[in-house]
Design a protein around this ligand. Structure first.
Ligand SMILES: NC(=O)c1ccc[n+]([C@@H]2O[C@H](COP(=O)([O-])OP(=O)(O)OC[C@H]3O[C@@H](n4cnc5c(N)ncnc54)[C@H](OP(=O)(O)O)[C@@H]3O)[C@@H](O)[C@H]2O)c1
Length: 305
């Protein structure tokens, strides 16, 4: 028995606002600003159609320039590329978020005219700040003409169930997705069930554990047993879970290898894991956080004022 799914490099998942997001995204966390435009351009040339940056990565302007170069050189439409950015914790709050949107506009508007998705990067502020920011983002979606930059969709990152419940109770617009650290050592079954029940997509970051688990003896033995590289095993696991998957490499060969885990449209090949490997990677009780200094941001107390 094998676990398989019918997805390819061009597959998009429908969000709760009707927009469709490409299922593989090129993440640019820790890519130096000086290299970002080139690597984003190369990733798009290879076939990625989704770029994930953040104000905190200090490379969103360069990421947008990479997108613009790709659009200019290929004649592809702006709508063919999905661009996400995120507000820092310091940019949460009513005035702070209004100012942040102006700063994002300054960085990216000329290159990409609008942002597909803006996320609150983490819940690690206060109820008041999270909710005030959300109101500003909602306003930007509802009245794009009043926003410093048009925004198509809004979402969150690193939110736990209590943060989401609080937001959903107050929101006019639901978050389209929650971007989370997700991999076999951090499968977050309860949080994912809450997302599913509320029609909020799970987007996986650090699917390769930022490299931390790539020397895990069990993973190495699965690689030997299957003849499938450990990176591909982990990406397959993520795609088979139904996540939108964000993966980063600063190395052109790996950028391509990671994309090629998905078949090209029309190619006679499927993403799969054998039952043995699927079982071996199934660790529902594991909660091993490798990012955010190992302090799970989804567990940040909700009631800090
Ligand atoms: N919202 C959040 O709080 C948050 C947090 C973290 C990440 N993210 C987003 O998610 C994206 C991806 O996550 P990530 O960058 O943390 O980690 P990741 O994609 O799990 O891992 C990246 C690491 O794996 C290496 N790598 C990439 N492809 C490989 C391959 N085929 N074989 C072996 N090693 C490989 C990379 O090295 P090289 O670069 O040397 O190839 C890098 O060290 C980020 O770029 C960012 O956009 C969001």
């Amino acid at each position: 028995m094998t676990k398989t799914t019918e997805i390819n490099q061009e597959t998009r998942y429908k969000l709760n606002n009707g927009l469709e997001i490409p299922i593989i995204g090129f993440g640019v966390y820790e890519i130096p600003a000086a290299d970002t435009a080139d690597l984003v351009y190369q990733a798009l040339k290879e076939g990625y159609r989704h770029i994930d940056t953040a104000v905190g990565y200090r490379n969103q302007a360069q990421a947008a320039l990479g997108v613009r170069r790709f659009l200019n050189e290929t004649g592809a439409l702006r709508e063919s590329v999905w661009c996400t950015t995120k507000l820092t914790n310091q940019q949460q709050g009513w005035e702070e978020t209004q100012k942040a949107l102006k700063e994002i506009a300054k960085d990216v508007a000329e290159a990409i005219s609008y942002v597909d998705l803006v996320l609150l990067h983490s819940p690690k502020t206060s109820s008041r700040k999270r909710l005030d920011s959300w109101k500003v983002l909602e306003e930007a979606v509802i009245k794009p003409e009043s926003s410093a930059i048009p925004i198509k969709a809004i979402g969150v990152s690193n939110f736990g169930v209590p943060h989401l419940q609080e937001l959903l109770a107050a929101a006019r617009i639901k978050p389209v997705l929650n971007q989370l650290e997700l991999h076999p050592w951090l499968p977050r079954p309860e949080l994912r069930k809450f997302l599913k029940d509320n029609d909020i997509l799970a987007e996986a970051y650090s699917p390769l554990t930022q490299g931390v688990k790539l020397q895990d003896p069990e993973l190495l033995s699965l690689e030997t047993q299957s003849g499938i590289s450990k990176a591909e095993l982990l990406l397959n696991w993520s795609f088979l879970q139904g996540f939108v998957v964000l993966v980063k490499s600063a190395k052109p060969k790996r950028i391509l290898d990671n994309l090629k885990v998905l078949p090209k449209k029309g190619e006679d090949r499927k993403v799969f894991l054998s039952d043995d490997i699927w079982q071996a990677l199934d660790k529902p009780n594991s909660h091993d956080v490798v990012t955010w200094n190992k302090q799970d941001p989804t567990e940040f107390p909700i009631d800090i004022k």
